[in-house]
Design a protein around this ligand. Structure first.
Ligand SMILES: CC(C)(COP(=O)(O)OP(=O)(O)OC[C@H]1O[C@@H](n2cnc3c(N)ncnc32)[C@H](O)[C@@H]1OP(=O)(O)O)[C@@H](O)C(=O)NCCC(=O)NCCS
Length: 148
């Protein structure tokens, strides 16, 4: 498996994985708009096809994980862990921290992040809809030498 930057002609494939993964998936259009934004980067996990992806938005030395998803047929094989680890390693020097929101009921995702050193730093009441649920805010600190 390799991890590489998302290409323009692969956005539809990412949108398919989104649909299979979330109750309110990002549309192909909204992925395209983030893909075209200077501040966002998307990376895909590939075997002979795309099996997962991760998106990050960067503002100065702060990173925000937009989404991470693995195709349902390929879950539980370490791909999600590889995608998040890839991001931590790639941005370990250039970012002060990476943060994200997650549903507390999303046990797989919460366990994935916390096992990689993300800690709860806050909660956003009724952040999600369909179904309504609070978000927990998880953060992993990276390069503490960067000036604030
Ligand atoms: C969350 C998600 C990306 C994990 O991807 P994955 O490739 O299945 O995860 P991995 O196989 O790399 O597992 C990594 C860790 O996640 C946790 N995990 C994964 N699946 C799990 C499950 N079904 N139950 C509990 N923990 C689970 C475990 O801690 C696991 O580590 P371990 O294997 O050492 O126990 C995947 O389940 C997914 O796409 N879910 C739908 C989209 C989503 O919820 N994204 C997160 C939004 S914040």
């Amino acid at each position: 498996m390799i991890i590489e930057e998302l290409k323009d002609n692969e956005i539809q494939c990412i949108a398919e994985i989104e649909k299979l993964s979330f109750s309110k998936p990002w549309s192909e259009e909204s992925i395209k708009s983030s893909f075209n934004s200077e501040s966002c980067k998307f990376y895909t996990a590939k075997t002979d096809k795309i099996v997962g992806y991760i998106g990050v938005s960067i503002a100065a030395d702060e990173g925000y994980i937009l989404n991470v998803a693995v195709h349902p047929d390929f879950r539980g094989q370490g791909i999600g862990r590889k995608l998040v680890t890839f991001l931590i390693e790639k941005y370990g020097e250039s970012l002060r921290f990476i943060t994200l929101e997650v549903r507390p009921s999303n046990i797989a995702a919460v366990k994935l992040y916390t096992s990689l050193g993300f800690n709860k730093v806050g909660e956003r009441p009724s952040y999600y809809s369909n179904p309504v649920e609070n978000a927990i805010l998880l953060t992993k600190y990276l390069n503490s030498n960067l000036e604030i």
